[in-house]
Design a protein around this ligand. Structure first.
Ligand code: CA
Length: 226
């Protein structure tokens, strides 16, 4: 049963959402301000956070920024009363995964929650990968083909780990930007293409390779198969 932490100061809204999410089979706990929410989020193990922007003590952005600074990769769905794009950019910069603007339909909330949970099993779950002569250690950031070290950049390690964690799924360029760059450097999707091309070249995992390979899915992104 996926565990959700709902950080929302409006009691009525919180109660409504807890009921709906429980009906969908989620286990839900709540916190009513940013400080309590941050403490609960940092101390427990959660599959997803639903985080209101306007909160007493610490606002939603501050909570999110603090969690990411602690290294938490928990998916975060932010609830906002505003629909301005500037708010979304701030949110993505601090590491929010998705947004929902109030007032919203509960069915839409549930759909977003499910989508985030599907995407969630994350790169951190893949500490290492071995395939034929290739050996990749993501914790130490070392890659080898037989006895030959392969010099990958830290971003290339991240991309590869992310692709392997999402193996057999198409990973879109926007998804890479959101999860690995978090829009911090405002790169273009072209940056993703260049990094993937370099990774493929260094490993030799192109479309024609027999074992592991990184496929280009036309107009959508990339897929790792082995
Ligand atoms: Ca609020």
């Amino acid at each position: 049963m996926p565990k959700i932490l709902l950080i929302e100061d409006e009691a009525k809204m919180a109660k409504l959402l807890v009921n709906d999410l429980k009906l969908e089979g989620f286990s839900v706990e709540t916190a009513a301000d940013g400080q309590a929410g941050l403490e609960k989020a940092s101390s427990g193990s959660w599959d997803l956070l639903i985080l209101d922007v306007g909160l007493p003590k610490l606002d939603g952005y501050e909570v999110c920024r603090a969690l990411r600074a602690q290294g938490s990769r928990v998916p975060i769905l932010m609830l906002t009363a505003k629909s301005q794009d500037t708010d979304k950019i701030v949110g993505f910069q601090v590491g929010v995964d998705d947004y929902l603007t109030k007032p919203f339909n509960v069915l839409e909330l549930v759909a977003r929650v499910k989508a985030l949970l599907r995407r969630a099993p994350s790169a951190g779950d893949v500490p290492a990968y071995t395939q034929g002569a290739w050996k990749i250690d993501f914790r130490r950031q070392e890659a080898w083909k037989g006895k030959e070290p392969i010099a990958l950049t830290s971003k290339e390690f991240q991309i590869l780990q992310y692709l392997i964690a999402h193996r057999d799924q198409v990973v879109g360029r926007e998804q890479f930007l959101r999860d690995l760059w978090q829009y911090e450097e405002l790169p273009s999707t072209r940056t993703v293409d260049n990094q993937v091309a370099s990774l493929r070249r260094k490993l030799g995992w192109d479309e024609k390779s027999k074992g592991a390979k990184i496929l280009t899915i036309h107009n959508s992104g990339y897929r790792f198969v082995d």
